[in-house]
Design a protein around this ligand. Structure first.
Ligand code: PLP
Length: 338
């Protein structure tokens, strides 16, 4: 059967769920498989509402969680939201990395009787340009959410599967979220495969009517086979370890280059192989991206803007290729600073 029916459990789906349950932090053990990152966030939002019976969410300024209506409602960039307003109501925004702001938002909501289901954030903001939060952000989010009886959703669509140097981004701070979203590299970066995961306690709300959330292609055998293969390669080749080591080297070399061109390259940052370069303005950023492209290096802007460009190579990128990229970046900056 190329596509298992909704009534039968496909063995590959079960095997992948078991693998992820073993790898995920804490008792995040139950998985729902779908195809895109945005689907994972939609599912996480529905699960949070169903479990808490509350409508609201807190999200972060410049946060990125996808572009379907639910996830778009968590979008922290006005350009993407405005043409589609009104989106979901009851979404409140705080600056990324500011745990005090989250706490104050929850206190205000409580005081005026507004109900918040969950706080949603990326461990490291990806699309916003590899923004690493202060070290106390995630541990404090965990404490504040527990204290207020609000769920914590980690959107690991970009940071999961080793990208930041740990299997999951939240592991940098030993935090266990209540719901975790995965995508992108989960299917080896090739097959459309995403997931949201949670604890058996929270998952219970899906049991009375398992069809309350479903997807025709979600958890299909081909995608799950790719997911199992991706997990195996990630573990066998220690891709998180490679990303940590290569990322550290890459970042220290980028910092050296930044010191050479401080007027043009104003900041370099990141964690593992989720790296961001911030330039003096968007025009210069575009020129660098174009200069690198001319030299055979493809980087990512931050979709609407090239003031910050992202470098997100394959986690197994060989050191000589990193050196080649660094050389080409220096060469480009040398040419452009004139
Ligand atoms: N969440 C995060 C953190 C992302 O970076 C992305 C995509 O870049 C998404 C969700 C949406 O994923 P998709 O484009 O697969 O729908």
């Amino acid at each position: 059967m190329p596509l298992s029916s909704q009534e039968l459990l496909d063995p590959l789906r079960g095997a992948l769920a078991e693998l992820l349950g073993e790898l995920a932090p804490g008792d995040l053990q139950d998985c729902f498989f779908i195809s895109n990152g945005t689907d994972a966030v939609e599912g996480a939002m529905k699960l949070a509402r169903l479990y808490t019976g509350k409508p609201g969410f807190i999200s972060c300024v410049r946060g990125f969680h996808g572009k379907s209506y639910g996830s778009l409602s968590l979008m922290g960039k006005g350009e993407y939201r405005l043409p589609f307003e009104p989106l979901l109501q009851d979404v409140y925004f705080v600056p990324f990395g500011d745990a005090d702001a989250v706490e104050s938002e929850l206190e205000k909501a409580e005081a005026v009787g507004m109900s918040i289901a969950a706080v949603v954030a990326e461990p490291v903001q990806g699309e916003a340009g590899a923004i690493v939060p202060p070290d106390d952000f995630w541990p404090r989010l965990r404490k504040v959410c527990t204290r207020h009886g609000v769920l914590l959703i980690a959107d690991e669509v970009q940071t999961g599967m080793g990208r930041t140097g740990k299997m999951f981004g939240v592991e940098h701070w030993d935090v266990v979220p209540d719901i975790m979203c995965l995508g992108k590299a989960l299917g080896g970066g090739v097959m459309p495969l995403s997931a949201f995961m949670s604890t058996p306690e929270i998952w219970k709300v899906l049991e009375p009517n398992p069809f309350i959330h479903s997807s025709t292609f979600g958890g299909n055998p081909l995608a799950c086979a790719a997911g199992i293969a991706a997990v195996n390669v990630t573990l066998e080749e220690d891709l998180p370890g490679q990303a940590a080591a290569t990322g550290e080297y890459f970042l220290s070399e980028l910092r050296r280059i930044q010191r050479r061109f401080p007027d043009h390259l104003v900041e370099v940052r990141g964690l593992g192989l989720l790296l961001g370069l911030e330039f003096v303005d968007a025009e210069f950023g575009y020129a660098v991206a174009a200069g690198l492209f001319k030299r055979g290096v493809l980087v990512a802007g931050t979709l609407l803007n090239a003031k910050t460009i992202r470098i997100e190579p394959a986690l197994a990128i060989p050191r000589p290729v990193v050196d080649e990229v660094l050389e080409k970046l220096e060469d480009t900056l040398e040419e452009l600073k004139e």
